[in-house]
Design a protein around this ligand. Structure first.
Ligand code: ARG
Ligand code: ZN
Length: 865
């Protein structure tokens, strides 16, 4: 293994335990931007204040900045400042001073998309977590809160619109075709919430009256051509504002709320105070170009960023180890919002599917970390499914344990106590504890321990005695740096169903498994009971039970908790698939029967049925196995798909016909019908029916919406039929001018189950429309491909080489986005010796590359350890 440690010092590790309060505060800052894509001049005027008794210099973080001038109290103090790393150190005699600096930056050369950068003719910013130091010298940490005044000047023709946080306080003309605008944000904020945007934008405008009667002007700013695609986001914004008042008692606090959509963005969106900046894929939606899933994602992200105004902005994080304080809580809030807008059951199924696809593997691999990490090299690597999605599950467990009313009292207390300050996860838990009177000492382990707990549940029945006994046992697996674990308090919603009567014995119970072992006795159990456990997915754990295929089939038909019902079907499918992979054959009959019954149940809505009849993904099947065999998994899953397709062909055709619509409509019912229709089409194709490609091509061609069109394209993309190429070509021609839709064209091919997907992906990487400079396009091909288990794990290692090459290329432009591509290679321990060696070899090749970023270094070195 190449040794780089002897030549380059490894980047420093930051530890949570080392937190110290800031030595200098900045109560007030005035920024002055002379905007220009090639050379923007930034002048900053900071009022600084010594914090506590110490004689340390003022330290202002900087990344790639050169001070053109430094003034203290108006005077150029020649040798009282120096540079240390990128930071500016200034010796200051007194306790308060005015410090002024001037720098020049080049937004159009900023390929990292952190700090001030250019995107499609706009200038915009992204500062979270540590991008502000790429704009000006400043103590770049979330516990330094300041009042901001921002003045911008720019060319009027290129940049007619100038936006920043807070309220506009002045604007005017300058000579030479330039103009200026000034904004002031009355709220204290950390610098990661700073934002500005300059560009030729138009707004979708609306207004909202808060419940106390405050009028708020809402605007969603986009390029003119995109204006018709902003109504859905606007409706979601208004709904979010009303929801937060109603559910959390939280009102908006400025006279204006602006959202800007940009096409080059490292992640989803950013909650800058009063000026949210979004990846355009989470704003723009119309039926022709966005699927139902896209519409849902737009509403969910708009809500998420809006909710941050309280959970993130009014109360922010003391340090970045507390990230889940705002992210876990805000994801939980947006999940509940979406559940309230549509089908709560389907939303819960989607959220759990996402947790299992992204977070469980993370928690089981070399990058596992608690939702409140203990250390990091690069904080950008910790915007993870663990911090976000497991963080949301932890908040959800609190609500489950305390009940909705006490949970609300806790959140009220939290907001009231910490408003205007930078808080910790501990502060949140203490507010919940104080408001509820509940002792949450052990519950704090969810913040400190990584790893997904496993719960073994075995139910036995003593028929003559009319008693049942449920034995529960938990284990929390070892994770990097945490070999030993303490038992977690696990809230499990449980019910027992009578096998013959179908009745629940005594209603649902909430059991808190807070020890390694726990036993529960049930009396009056007159017939054999069937266990329904972790209903609603009440805890983010893996449950193993001694339930038979018949028990699972029973629950999939009778459980009154929709999530448990879905879960029973999934478990039945998984057990069948795992058995087939292990023994080469398995009895498909119970799955087929259960799917038939589900399709025929008139009480179920189409959206739920579509979720329930889908087979678990190949990756999720792999997660159940000690060693993942991608080819065997693929064969077993395809065999079951084919069998389901053939055995139920008439049922699928009926469902397909019954769920056809005459005209597009956006409603929960219509969405469910579209989903079930395309799922049915997939099974008809899996059956090998001769007319399947023609049927899919018809759907593709006749669709009046993207959900149906992309659904059909996805089915065709897996086929060897001539219709496949025809549809791909037609899709390309129709949408080549629309970047977000073209992303779908790349993704659909990268996710194909065909044998030649690796070759196709390599070919697509050379397509003129492919670029690694745009994160959406990069993810649409490379990210999607790495999630295609069988194609990525091509035995010859072509997928691994492709991904490692991409990591190296992207790292030179955009380290944060490059680092996000690493985790699939880090899963090598879960694969056979040949694959593991090839994956390791690629990681080592990346690690040996010169000038690796801290971002990629951290992910690769941890993946090899
Ligand atoms: N706070 C933003 C959000 O959740 C995401 C910021 C991501 N930053 C990063 N460095 N990855 O809405
Ligand atoms: Zn967030």
């Amino acid at each position: 293994m190449p040794d780089i440690s002897s030549t380059v010092a490894p980047p420093p590790v930051i530890h949570r335990e080392d937190y110290r309060p800031p030595e200098w505060l900045v109560p007030d800052i005035a920024l002055d931007f002379a905007l220009d894509p090639a050379a923007t001049r930034v002048r900053a005027r900071l009022e600084v204040q010594r914090n506590g008794e110490h004689a340390h210099p003022l330290r202002l973080d900087g990344d790639g900045l050169v001070p053109l001038s430094v003034l203290v109290d108006g005077a150029p103090l020649a040798d009282s400042w120096r540079l240390d790393g990128g930071a500016l150190l200034i010796d200051l005699p007194g306790d308060t001073h005015i410090v002024e600096t001037e720098v020049e930056i080049a937004p159009e050369a900023n390929s990292q998309l952190m700090g001030l950068y250019a995107s499609g003719g706009l200038l915009c910013t992204q500062c979270e977590a540590e991008g502000f130091r790429r704009i000006t010298f400043f103590p770049d940490r979330p516990d330094v809160l300041s009042r901001y005044t921002v003045r911008m000047e720019a060319d009027r023709t290129r940049y007619p619109i100038l936006l920043a946080n807070g309220d506009p306080v002045g604007a005017g003309e300058l000579g030479d075709g330039r103009h200026w605008a000034e904004w002031r944000d009355p709220f204290l904020k950390p610098c990661y919430l700073f934002a500005l945007v300059a560009g030729d934008l138009v707004a979708n405008r609306a207004n909202f009256t808060t419940r106390s009667g405050r009028e708020v002007d809402l605007a969603i700013w986009v390029r003119e051509a995109d204006l018709p695609k902003t109504d859905h986001a606007m409706a979601a914004l208004k709904a979010s504002m009303a929801w937060d008042e109603h559910v959390y008692g939280r009102e908006y606090d400025l006279a204006m709320f602006n959202i800007v959509a940009v096409s080059d963005f490292n992640f989803g969106a950013m909650e800058n105070k009063g000026l949210n900046i979004f990846n355009s894929r989470y704003i723009l939606a119309d039926p022709e170009t966005a699927t139902d899933a896209d519409f849902d994602a737009v509403a969910g992200v708009v809500a998420h960023e809006y909710f941050h105004n309280w959970s993130g902005n009014r109360v922010t994080c003391r340090d970045w180890f507390q990230l889940s304080l705002k992210e876990g809580f805000t994801v939980f809030r947006d999940q509940c919002f979406s559940a309230d807008q549509g089908s709560a059951a389907v939303k819960r199924i989607e959220d759990v599917r996402c947790l299992r696809a992204a977070q469980f593997p993370e928690d089981a691999g070399p990058l596992a970390h608690p939702i409140r990490p203990e250390s990091y090299i690069e904080i950008s690597n910790f915007y993870t499914a663990t911090v976000y999605n497991k963080g949301a599950e932890v908040i959800r467990m609190l609500r489950t344990m305390l009940g909705a009313e006490r949970f609300r009292q806790g959140s009220d207390l939290y907001f009231e106590r910490h408003d205007g300050t930078a808080a910790t996860c501990e502060d949140f838990v203490r507010a919940m504890e104080d408001a509820s009177g509940e002792d949450l000492t052990d519950f704090r382990r969810w913040y400190s321990q990584a790893g997904t707990p496993r719960v073994k549940a075995s139910l036995s029945h003593d028929a003559p005695g009319g008693r049942a006994r449920l034995e529960l046992e938990q284990t929390v697996p070892a994770t990097p740096g945490q070999p030993e674990k303490l038992a977690m308090p696990i809230p499990l919603r449980i019910a027992l169903f009578g096998e013959r009567s179908g009745e629940i014995f005594g209603g649902e119970q909430l059991v808190l498994l807070d020890d390694e072992k726990h036993e529960i006795l049930f009396e009056g159990i007159s017939e054999r009971p069937i266990l329904s456990i972790n209903r609603g997915f009440s805890a983010p754990v893996i449950v193993e039970t001694n339930r038979t295929a018949d028990d699972l089939a029973f629950l999939s038909a009778h459980d009154d908790d929709p999530f448990a019902r879905y879960e029973a079907m999934q478990q039945l499918m998984l057990d069948t698939l795992v058995a087939r992979i292990a023994h080469g054959s398995a009895d498909h009959a119970p799955v087929i029967q259960a799917v038939r019954d589900t399709l025929a149940d008139p009480a179920l809505d189409a959206a739920f049925v579509a979720e329930a009849v889908l087979l678990p993904s190949e990756s999720f099947i792999g997660d159940q196995m000690p060693l993942v065999d991608p080819d065997a998994i693929h064969r077993a899953r395809e065999a079951l798909r084919t069998d389901l397709g053939r055995s139920l062909l008439t049922d699928w055709r009926e469902a397909y016909a019954a769920n056809a619509a005459n005209r597009y409509e956006y409603s929960p019912t219509a969405k469910g019908a579209r989903r079930l229709r395309t799922v049915s089409l997939g099974y008809i194709a899996a059956s090998g029916a001769a007319d399947a490609p023609a049927l899919a091509f018809d759907q593709f061609g006749q669709a009046d919406n993207m959900t149906d069109r992309q659904g059909a394209l996805g089915v065709l993309a897996n086929s060897m039929s001539p219709e496949r190429e025809k549809a791909l070509a037609a899709f390309y021609e129709r949408y080549r001018g629309d970047a977000l839709v073209l992303d779908k064209w790349f993704t659909t091919q990268a996710l194909s189950t065909r044998d030649d997907t690796v070759e196709q992906v390599e070919r697509l990487a050379a397509h003129p429309d492919f670029t690694i400079a745009n994160p959406n396009r990069l993810r649409s091909l490379v990210g999607a491909f790495a999630a295609n288990q069988r194609a990525f794990h091509d035995l010859a290692g072509r997928g691994y080489r492709f991904l490692a090459d991409m990591v190296l290329r992207v790292d030179r432009l955009n380290p944060q986005t490059a680092a996000k591509l690493v985790p699939p290679l880090g899963r090598w321990r879960r694969f056979d010796a040949t694959r593991a060696a090839r994956m390791r070899a690629e990681l080592e090749r990346v690690l040996a590359a010169p000038d690796l970023s801290r971002d990629v270094f951290e992910q690769v070195s941890k993946s090899l350890a």
